[in-house]
Design a protein around this ligand. Sequence first.
Ligand SMILES: O=P(O)(O)OC[C@H]1O[C@H](O[C@H]2O[C@H](CO)[C@@H](O)[C@H](O)[C@H]2O)[C@H](O)[C@@H](O)[C@@H]1O
Length: 265
Amino acid sequence: MSNPGIQAIVRDPGGAVIGLDFDGTLAPIVPDPRDARSHPAAPPVLAELGGRVKAVVIVTGRPAATVIEYGPGLEKVQGLVVLGHYGFERWEGGRVSAPPPPPGVMRAKAELPRLVEGIQGVTIEDKQRAVAVHTRRAPDPRQSLERLREPLAKLAAAHGLVVEPGRMVLELRPPGMDKGHALDLFLAERAARSVLFAGDDLGDLAAFEAVRASGLPGVTVCSGSTEVTELAERADLVVDGPEGVVALLTELSAAIRDSSATGAG
Ligand SMILES: O=P(O)(O)OC[C@H]1O[C@H](O[C@H]2O[C@H](CO)[C@@H](O)[C@H](O)[C@H]2O)[C@H](O)[C@@H](O)[C@@H]1O
């Protein structure tokens, strides 16, 4: 583990925040968003790490409670915090806190069926505080995504929302928060002394920026895929999807354990 950010975490695990995205990072990408589940080895390794580091935080575009539902065992990770809806929502110790959903989301949702009508295989995911339009199951997912880009941008603007682009998805959500701001606030709240953040999608770039801007010893990890290339270009480490993320976390946990056992940490 020769990365300087990783070495800082191993030397002083009690000061480290481990930040993770969910879909594509802890959970393999699947055609139907309702079928996503965390990699089976993710909850146990996070449970191990949770007992050794300052905090484990999952920062996701999903509602926070969905991550707990789709990641059986995650609720056992000591001190776990899930920041859902890009940081608008917070799950901690079984409780969710969030501001009321903005009215624009309801209004945009009502107009969506008319807008996607006739585009085969396009599905709408109602997340209450946001709404996502998925094209993964369309005959040509990228072409459908491009076709929807402009009309969805107009719809979002008309209702005071922003478009969050992702892996075969365009999401309409309220402005004023992103994964970078959410991570930044969390690092300050915990007085972190080092940080790791792993992600796979465009929405995770803001968290990568937050790691750099924090000035802390840190490491950005790309859960690599052929679908998104922008993250790999900006990451300190690139691993092979959720399988690679779990392998890295397992290695990190073992290095922390060994370092504490030998008193080197
Ligand atoms: O921030 P994340 O935890 O990565 O969530 C981002 C979006 O993830 C989900 O969509 C993605 O995963 C689906 C399941 O594998 C896949 O079918 C879809 O194509 C991906 O875009 C989720 O459905 C969205 O609501 C999240 O915003």
